[in-house]
Design a protein around this ligand. Structure first.
Ligand code: 13P
Length: 251
């Protein structure tokens, strides 16, 4: 495994209160020597995370530095408040805010230009999956992102991350929702890697997101092309999240 692909477990709290205990000294939301742990929080939580010394990111960000965009926060503003990274194109944003592939690429560009690490999220819906369109969808979603990478060809590979989120496996509060099987997830991750520019294939981290939890993390994280997790529901349960981080540590 390339050293640039240190495991990363990213908690996405979505629009939920942070779990009790997340800011304590033994919080599982702290990085370990062998695992990066980052928290993607509702904006108003940034100060708590900052004071607790966590590494935190935003769930979205607007490309323009400032202006008449009611309710939005720009990548530049995030950078000023010490955010480390930003999710671009999470499936919730694609669905509820109609974010397009082109706009997501604009967000990734703006993030890179202010020094935030974009985690670009891609993945097919259930209907697309059932219709056998997964590869076509991933290619379509990746195309403008690859153009961004080509334009920033000297960018270190650690400064850009992808997350594969099969939308049909995202829990949306259902703790019994099955994740993709480890084999299927591995196959898709390998396919995504093969679609990246040649000089980034071996070094780009690709996270899996979709019902990763304590009980399945070890098997998913053992796959050679899965470099970590983007964790929703299980990131709201302290001990379940700790198991995921431990699985990444002993990978
Ligand atoms: P779950 O882990 O709840 O399936 O959510 C995945 C996700 O959307 C993370 O961003």
């Amino acid at each position: 495994m390339h050293p640039n692909r240190k495991p990363l477990i990213a908690a996405n709290w979505k629009m939920n209160d942070p779990p009790v205990g997340c800011y304590t000294s033994d919080s599982p939301f702290r990085s370990l020597p062998g695992v990066d742990v980052w928290v993607f929080l509702p904006f108003i939580e940034w100060y708590g995370a900052h004071n607790a010394g966590l590494v935190y990111g935003a769930q979205c960000g607007r490309p323009e530095p400032q202006g008449a965009f009611t309710g939005d926060i720009s990548m530049l503003m995030l950078k000023h408040q010490h955010f480390h990274a930003v999710l671009c194109g999470h499936s919730d944003r694609r669905h509820f805010h109609q974010e397009s592939d082109a706009f997501i690429a604009e967000q990734a560009t703006a993030a890179l230009e202010v020094g935030l690490i974009p985690i670009v999220c891609i993945g097919e819906t259930e209907a697309e999956h059932d219709a056998g369109k997964t590869t076509d969808v991933l290619k379509r979603q990746l195309k403008p992102v690859i153009d961004v990478l080509t334009a920033h060809h000297s960018l270190p590979t650690t400064h850009f991350i992808l997350a594969y989120e099969p939308v049909w496996a995202i829990s949306r509060g259902d703790p019994n929702k099955p994740a993709a099987t480890a084999k299927d997830a591995q196959d898709i991750h390998a396919r995504i890697r093969s679609l990246l520019p040649k000089d980034r294939q071996a070094t780009t981290r690709i996270l899996y997101g979709g019902s990763m939890k304590g009980s399945n993390a070890a098997e998913l994280l053992a796959q050679p092309d899965i470099d970590g997790g983007l964790v929703g529901g299980a990131s709201l349960k302290l001990e379940d999240f700790r198991k995921i981080v431990e699985a990444a540590e002993s990978r």
